[in-house]
Ligand binder design. Sequence first.
Ligand code: IMP
Length: 434
Amino acid sequence: MPNIVITGAQWGDEGKGKIVDLLAARVQVVARYNGGHNAGHTVILGEEKFVLHLIPSGILHPGVLCVMGNGMVIDPWALETEVAELGKRGIEVDDNLVISDRAHLILPHHRLLEQLSEQARGTRKIGTTNRGIGPAYEDKAGRRGLRTCDLLRPAALRAKLEEARRNFELVCRGAGHEPELDWSALARELAAFGERLGPRIQDAAAVLHRTMARGYSVLFEGAQAALLDVDHGTYPFVTSSSATAGGVATGLGVPPTRIDAILGIAKAYTTRVGAGPLPSEIGGSLEDEIRKRGAEYGASTGRPRRCGWFDAVVTRYATRINGFDSIALTKLDVLDPLAEIKVCVGYRHDGRVIEDFPADLAVAEECEPVYESLPGWTRPTTGLRDWTDLPDAAKGYVTRLAEHVGCEIGIVSTSPDRDDTILRRDSAVAAWFA
Ligand code: IMP
């Protein structure tokens, strides 16, 4: 199996967990390169549902090594909770998990800073997951962050916390808020984490290079998605990490030359949580129906997701900046009852049609979607596993999306179940499975 990146082609929640799980059976290592516990990767195994936030989805496969990369931000409390919950359900997390010694920590003051920042934005709130993600990346870029390697040297920890504290208190006082945090207790708690997590905190890039030198295959698991990427997404309504395939190089210390293939994950329609433009938003009772059929509620926060038609402008843009070799299209069956399905193929702005996603959100907000209308199939496709079993209109829909996006659709998912997946025989993906 080649070294494959799996990454979101829209605004997240495309169903990356299921596809990572599907491919994880064929690799030796699964490595995450960005984000933190803002992610919620859902995997259904028979009657059981697992939602992974921090730990790579490969953990559900015995014998697979899971790596949390330096590009991630790790809340040690959330990590221990996730490990304990998996343990209760019989999933052993032991030396099958390596944590990069260069990953930054999310600490309690990050959540407080996030609340202050969201409050101050008023109506221009980002609608974050409130997990402290943004402020942890701010401390990283501001060169006052704490990293997991700091947990291993308690004597130096206090001085490093002072840097973070100084900035925190400046911001709090500026906002007229009295900073209240017991930094001494925090230092003690962090030292205790160091003792417990110590053996797992390693030079993850070196571990990955060693495993690749042995000929092992690695799956790079992206969190969030192209349109939430801090550089390429709908800024400022983005997360604070590099969610595109390029994030693998910086977020794991794996050079681009070691990436063999890139698989984009896109839903058969579009969703987003939080604020920001969603040009193909459906609205009204049809949006409610799709939300209900697709169970479109945040896996991390439970928030209802906004639903839109498939936006080919968005996924074409994601294809370009990621260099997808193939796309896995998920949740096709959610569209089963619809007699007519729309696809957004361009945006009308100032009397002309634009086909590329604009940088300026004011432009994106003014855009009117240009739709192509396709016939629905009005027959159940849930659970179908072979392309030839799909109704002609469903095949036509998938084929048309691929044409608009400019990339093959090699996988079609027809239910959350691992096995309810169509693998196109003539696709790039089929060659990876061979
Ligand atoms: P943050 O990552 O918590 O800072 O949130 C920034 C934006 O990214 C918000 O609109 C969130 O709803 C969105 N976001 C973050 N993580 C995810 C995810 O895993 N799925 C979908 N949206 C996400």
